[in-house]
Design a protein around this ligand. Structure first.
Ligand SMILES: [Zn+2]
Length: 145
């Protein structure tokens, strides 16, 4: 039984026993039942509010899942399907080196590294990379052919 129903039952009892609200005891009981009635109604309101809150939280949670899918999910599918070109270019690592001629810091990406050389934008000096030296940084001894 809901609290509101219990209070309604109490009210009915009080009415049935013809509570004399002119007497002290009757007044007290009527006042108590009145307070109980208010409390029951407020609790019912709070329950309704809480349910609304939960519904709102559910909606937010669902939206967040969509966002998570968009940001983190579907990686496997995208890698297999399209996007390989665009993403490869955007996600490339950036490197920096110092020009030995003018000591300007030069920034370049992986494609430059693969070419093996970069032209200093400051003085025009052509810098060449020792690709083997860069890639064999780990100490695995490998037989070259
Ligand atoms: Zn330079």
């Amino acid at each position: 039984m809901e609290i509101t129903e219990k209070v309604a039952y109490l009210k009915g009892l009080a009415e049935g026993m013809e509570l004399d609200t002119e007497k002290k005891e009757g007044k007290l009981l009527a006042a108590i039942i009145d307070v109980l009635d208010d409390m029951a109604l407020e609790i019912a309101d709070m329950k309704a509010d809480q349910e609304e809150l939960y519904d709102g939280l559910d909606a937010v949670s669902d939206d967040l899942e969509d966002v998570e899918d968009a940001v983190f999910g579907d990686d496997e599918d995208e890698d297999e399907e399209d996007g390989e070109y665009e993403e490869a270019e955007e996600d490339e690592d950036c490197y920096a080196t110092t020009c030995p001629t003018c000591e300007e810091t030069i920034y370049f990406d992986e494609s430059v590294l693969e070419d093996g050389e970069v032209v200093c934008p400051n003085c025009g000096e052509k810098l060449e990379f020792d690709l083997n030296g860069l890639e064999d940084a780990d100490d695995e001894p490998e037989d070259e052919e």
